[in-house]
Write a protein that binds this ligand. Structure first.
Ligand code: PRT
Ligand code: ZN
Length: 291
């Protein structure tokens, strides 16, 4: 008995999905072209497919679990009102982007309402239609499968609804974001139906491992030296500092402080630690945290 997990075969989420599993101690001897592969470390069977197909496969229970962008779950299921609903188990922190409406720069000052009666090009027809219907605007959705950003220049549409991460693609095509339809990241989703008790146990164990990896990805191990008197001030500066270890240093009033910071440690935080008297500050990544 095992769990079947669908991930993207190739593309932006493929490598990060396999990497997440690897950090969970689940390796796959995957060879190019293989569409199904079993792990020898954990009773998990990977099914590799186009990301667009993952939500439906999970909804129908063909796969028990899937790793896919929230944007695809929204487009393929939620925006179409398709039941039964897949359950989101975890946001995975990678593949972050947003689905946005963008207009040609010369029209960017216009209200979204200026699009009433106009055309919007997109690869996300259901999400786009639902967004404008909720705004009570009537637009014609022009479905395009690739390079949506050139549609306004070609005179095919007045605006676009497309995925954005850095915004470089929109800028390069003279487009300006005017509204966000959806914020997205990769999600672990599960089928609506019941699992067997054995599969339930496997899922609990998989989620524990994933949580350990996600927690470790945010957290940092931080070490520094400081005057003993500065310890309370330092504790106040560090985000989510858990029970620091304070060790006396030979020959004086200075101590070494070691701790796990539950959140990212920024340069600005380092500056404040220095002002509080800390020196030799080291921030190192953590591979796993099990509590
Ligand atoms: O073959 P398959 O169907 O599986 O893959 P695909 O070509 O449909 O998808 P792929 O691999 O390009 O993206 C998979 C998922 O990655 C998406 O569904 C999102 O959840 C996520 N993701 C994160 C992105 C981006 N960031 C992203 N920037 N997907 C696409 N883009 C594209 C966007 O469409 C636009 O063309 O990148 C361009 C914009 O990027 P910036 O940085 O210039 O703003
Ligand atoms: Zn796709």
């Amino acid at each position: 008995m095992s769990l079947r997990l669908a991930i993207q075969k190739s593309g932006r989420l493929a490598e990060a999905s396999v990497d997440l599993l690897r950090r969970c101690g689940i390796d796959f001897g995957w060879r190019k072209g293989q569409l199904m592969v079993r792990s020898s470390d954990f009773p998990l069977e990977l099914t590799l497919m186009r990301d667009d197909d993952i939500p439906e496969y999970v909804k129908d229970g063909v796969c028990d679990l899937g790793i896919v962008g929230a944007n695809i779950v929204h487009e393929k299921l939620e925006a179409r009102g398709l039941e039964p609903r897949v359950e989101t188990l975890r946001g995975l922190g990678f593949g972050k982007c947003r689905l946005s409406i963008a207009l040609p720069r010369e029209r960017a000052g216009f209200d979204l309402r200026a699009l009433d009666g106009g055309k919007v090009a997109t690869s996300y027809p259901a999400s786009t239609a639902r967004f404008f219907a909720a705004q009570e605007l009537s637009v014609e959705v022009v479905e395009i499968t690739g390079s949506v950003e050139i549609a306004p220049q070609l005179g095919v549409a007045d605006a676009v609804c497309d995925l954005v991460s850095t915004g470089n693609t929109l800028r390069a095509h003279g487009l300006v974001e005017v509204a966000t339809v959806l914020e997205s990241e990769a999600r672990l989703i599960r089928a609506p139906g019941a699992l067997t008790p054995e599969q339930d146990r496997l899922l609990t164990s998989l989620l524990q491992r994933i949580d350990g990896v996600l927690r470790a990805a945010r957290a940092k191990y931080i070490m520094m030296n400081a005057p003993r008197a500065a310890v309370p001030a330092i504790e106040a500066i560090l985000p989510g500092l858990e029970a620091p270890t304070v060790l006396p240093l030979a020959g004086g009033e200075r101590v070494a402080i070691h701790a796990v910071a539950a959140e990212e440690v920024f340069w600005e935080t380092m500056g404040r630690l220095k002002e509080a008297g800390a020196s030799s500050i080291l921030v190192v990544p953590i591979e796993k945290i099990i509590e």
